[in-house]
Design a protein around this ligand. Structure first.
Ligand code: ACO
Length: 431
């Protein structure tokens, strides 16, 4: 990181502080304000981190105005066209595309870690049949901390690698077991002769009494969605993983915190909320009425799957997924899929409307993803779980980068205190 200097002068006392503006390889500079409290006795105030870079990172770059997303420098469009999810996972962690030998070793290692300890499988029995799968996944991921003690020395490189491979390998098994639990069907063991998403599909949809053939189109569609969801720099769930992990906690519990953060409808839960919304709208004729409710400031209704903190032009992932919807639905003989038609109409009308234009609101990654998940048979309650499987690749890459960073310290934000000033305790009899 090279530095430019900025001068900040406090008008109250004329004292100056020199602030270094760190330059990244591309993107806005970041003012280093870490000396402000010591020099000037003030904090900075930025609720929601609108203009705060919480860390330096070399993993993913987003240019929100230009609609650019790069993993380790590679454009998402190229990775979506030529790569696969496991290669992308390797790239995110290691920083470079693997040689064919390195990729084969990585793929083998992932496939050797797909099973869950049988005692973990018993934990599912404690859940009610209607538990949301995200609740089960967050719990089971945290519980890995109670089983895999051989990979929790966060300062040991080898432990960090084993932990990361385990997370990527076991998430599909954890997710599918949550689904089977809700159905009351027997859990299906992983099959290491299948590829990553083929194995996930068989764990979700196979039953022990029948043979099951993976549909390669379904597996390919999921793999593409997983590439697109694999990382997104310092998003809410990744920042949660980093914040929890900065305490030095067991890494499985940091991942569980990430799963929980992802679940919210403003983040990964949006894919489920979009399909709920489309079903409630029901018909293209009701689009104007629905958008009027969204625009009514008192209505509290949002167009789910629209808007993004960083993208202010278009989300390149949404563009790829929209194209993919056409292809997948066409090949499945569902070209006239009513939900897709409705989503296209909503997008068309919203993008011509001044409310959305003036606020720079565009479809995000989750506007169309649920339509593909549905088309390949994934139930709605599992949409955000699919996102969690994919984002695990990003979480482990960021966690590894953070732990290896010599500048790492506990993430401990400060606050602007607005509560009562000092006052004396009043005994209950006198209140
Ligand atoms: N529908 C209607 N209005 C919206 C929407 C939306 N989806 N998103 C933002 N706005 C409006 C806000 O009401 C606000 O308007 P105002 O200036 O008149 O008050 C303005 O646009 C700015 O919105 P903020 O909420 O301040 O933007 P922020 O960057 O904090 O939020 C977010 C981004 C959470 C993604 C928001 O756009 C949203 O809630 N979208 C819907 C949920 C969603 O799709 N989330 C998935 C995001 S992608 C992901 O995490 C995988």
């Amino acid at each position: 990181m090279t530095s430019k200097k900025f001068q900040l002068t406090n008008p109250a006392n004329g004292r100056s502080t020199e602030l270094a503006a760190h330059q990244g390889s591309v993107g806005p500079d970041a003012l280093d304000i870490s000396a402000l409290l010591k020099d000037q006795g003030v904090f900075t105030y930025d609720p929601g981190f609108m203009a705060t870079a919480a860390t330096a990172s070399a993993i993913t770059y987003i240019d929100g105005d230009a609609g650019v997303l790069l993993y380790r420098g590679y454009p998402i469009e190229q990775l979506a066209q030529h790569s696969n999810f496991l290669e992308v996972s390797y790239l995110l962690q290691k920083g470079e595309l693997p040689s064919s030998k390195a990729l084969a070793l990585f793929t083998t290692s992932i496939s050797r870690h797909t099973m869950l300890n049988e005692w973990i499988m018993r934990l599912y029995r404690g859940f009610h049949h209607d538990a949301h799968p995200m609740a089960m996944v967050a719990t089971i991921v945290a519980s890995l901390a109670a089983f895999y003690h051989d990979s929790t020395d966060i300062y040991d490189d080898r432990h960090r690698v084993i932990f990361s491979h385990r997370m990527i390998a076991k998430l599909p098994t954890i997710a599918a077991a949550a689904y089977k639990h809700a159905l009351g069907q027997p859990h299906m063991y992983p099959r290491n002769d299948l590829d990553y998403t083929g194995n996930l599909l068989q764990m979700l949809f196979a039953v022990p009494c029948e043979s099951y053939a993976v549909d390669p189109l379904h597996a390919k569609a999921l793999d593409l969605l997983f590439i697109l969801h694999a990382d997104h720099e310092q998003n809410a769930s990744t920042s949660t993983v980093r914040l929890a992990g900065s305490t030095g906690c067991n890494p499985y519990t940091a991942m569980s915190a990430g799963v929980s953060a992802l679940w919210g409808p403003a983040h990964g839960g949006a894919n489920e909320a979009v399909v709920d919304m489309l079903e409630k709208i029901g018909d293209v004729s009701r689009v104007p009425e629905f958008l009027a409710r969204v625009k009514d400031s008192k209505g509290g209704v949002r167009l789910m799957g629209f808007g993004h903190r960083v993208y202010k032009n278009f989300d390149p992932r949404a563009t790829i997924i929209r194209e993919m919807c056409h292809k997948v639905l066409g090949r499945l003989g569902q070209s006239d899929n009513p939900l897709f038609e409705l989503a296209l109409k909503l997008e068309e009308v919203a993008l011509k409307d001044d409310y959305f234009i003036s606020r720079k609101l565009y479809p995000n990654v989750d506007f169309y993803s649920g339509i593909i998940y549905r088309a390949v048979g994934i139930p709605r309650s599992m949409f955000t779980v699919m996102f969690a499987i994919a984002r695990t690749a990003g979480w482990v890459a960021h966690w590894q980068e953070m732990i290896a960073d010599p500048e790492m310290r506990i993430a401990r934000p400060r606050q602007l205190y607005t509560g009562p000033t000092r006052r004396d305790y009043v005994p209950v009899s006198k209140r």
